[in-house]
Design a protein around this ligand. Sequence first.
Ligand SMILES: N[C@@H](CCC(=O)N[C@@H](CS)C(=O)NCC(=O)O)C(=O)O
Length: 202
Amino acid sequence: MSDVTLYGFPLSTYVRTIHMALHEKGVAFEHLHHAPNTSEMLAVNPTGKVPAFSHGDFTLYETLAIANYIDEAFDGPALKPSDVKQRGIMNQWISYINAYVFPTMIHDLVLFRVEIKPLNQAVLDAAIPTTKDQLSLLDATLAKSEYLAGDTASLADYFLYPIIAFLGMVPEGSLIADYPGVSAWKARMEEKDCVKESAPSM
Ligand SMILES: N[C@@H](CCC(=O)N[C@@H](CS)C(=O)NCC(=O)O)C(=O)O
């Protein structure tokens, strides 16, 4: 029995980021599929959000903190570039993804399309040009570089992939094809075992 536990339902993009990181590191873990804001989730994360994580009697919440802990606490391939500038770029992208891409593509678009939130057409309409701008910015890097921070996948790619995967499942996902760098990166990510293994059942 592993002493590592991931808490949070697999449909969450942030839970999938941690699932991918654990898989890449080769860490065995128990996955408890708690929904947000339940008493089980509040017991491990006072914000009620998913994910949370525990290693023995040590508990963490906030995806970036969990991802960094996993990379540093366990053996296995590094999930961050060794080069300080590439690491800076990785952190820049994670910050951008969390501050802008997740709110636009998930909150203001996908959650309406999958009817988790009641449709607000004005918000959804406004999210489309913003999504295009974000895809364009990502594409400028991914047209030149295999991954967001160089030639090897890093935590930045694990933050982004679950969001782009969900975008790809709703009608506006057809936009992705207009961005060849993002499209090629998505296909590259989809070859990875961590992506295949973490795919939520829909
Ligand atoms: N800042 C948090 C964000 C986590 C987050 O937004 N999780 C979403 C699911 S992807 C959630 O729990 N949403 C439910 C809610 O906000 O009530 C982190 O990095 O872990």
